[in-house]
Design a protein around this ligand. Structure first.
Ligand SMILES: [Cu+2]
Length: 191
C-alpha cells in the first residue's frame, strides 16, 4: 500500500534491496562460505604494488550457533603466513598487534575485519595481489574446522556494504594509513 511504502523502514529495505542488486550485477560479487554454524562473508584483499612484502585481508564472520567459536588462523599458498592482527587507535597513535591466541567469535554474533580494525595479514608475499583475481585460503576454526575460501582482490571501497560516501572516504584514508604503517612497522616483518 502507498502509506506503507512511505515509512522509513520500508524505504530502508528497498534501498538495501537495490544495493544488493547493484552488488550482484557489478563486476564484484559478494561471496560467502559456510562450515557448521560459521559463515564467512566476502573475504577480500586490496591489490598490492609489485614487491610489497605483505598484504591485508578483510572479511566478516557470522556465528549462527549457540556456542562461541574461535578463529585460530589459516594458511595461503601466496604468502608465508596468514596472521590475525588488530589495529587499535589511541589518540593520534594507531598500533597493530598480532592476535596469537585465536579470535573469539561469540555465539550469535558477527565479527567484521576491516581497515583500521581487525584484519588478516599475509606476510612475505610470494606474488603481488592483482585487482580482479581470486586467491584461495584455508581458515581454521576451533569447532567448525577448516574452511576453504577465496579472497577477492579488490579495493576496500568496492568491498564495503556500507554505501555511504563519507564512509568510503574514511575507508580510503584508513587503508592508506595502514599500508604506510605496514611498511614502517618492524613488528610486521616476518622473522
Ligand atoms: Cu597488521
Amino acid at each position: 500500500m502507498i502509506n506503507y511504502l512511505s515509512t522509513g523502514r520500508v524505504r530502508t529495505c528497498l534501498t538495501a534491496g537495490l544495493l544488493a542488486l547493484v552488488t550482484v550485477a557489478g563486476p564484484v560479487m559478494a561471496h560467502e562460505y559456510r562450515a557448521g554454524d560459521i559463515e564467512v562473508v566476502h573475504p577480500f584483499a586490496p591489490p598490492t604494488p609489485p614487491g610489497a612484502p605483505m598484504a591485508a585481508g578483510y572479511l566478516e564472520i557470522i556465528n549462527h550457533g549457540q556456542q562461541d567459536e574461535r578463529l585460530l588462523g589459516g594458511k595461503v599458498t601466496f604468502a608465508h603466513e596468514l596472521q590475525l592482527h588488530e589495529t587499535t587507535v589511541e589518540g593520534d597513535v594507531s598500533r597493530m598487534r598480532q592476535i596469537t591466541d585465536g579470535l573469539v567469535i561469540p555465539a550469535g554474533s558477527t565479527v567484521k575485519f576491516q581497515p583500521m580494525g581487525k584484519h588478516l595479514m599475509f606476510t612475505d608475499l610470494a606474488e603481488p595481489l592483482v585487482d580482479g583475481e581470486r586467491k584461495a585460503a584455508t581458515l581454521s576454526f576451533e569447532n567448525a574446522g577448516e574452511l576453504e575460501v577465496e579472497f577477492a582482490i579488490e579495493h576496500a571501497e568496492t568491498g564495503s556494504m556500507d554505501h555511504d560516501n563519507m564512509d568510503h572516504g574514511e575507508m580510503d584514508h584508513g587503508d592508506m594509513k595502514e599500508e604506510e604503517m605496514m611498511k614502517k612497522d618492524s613488528a610486521h616483518k616476518h622473522q
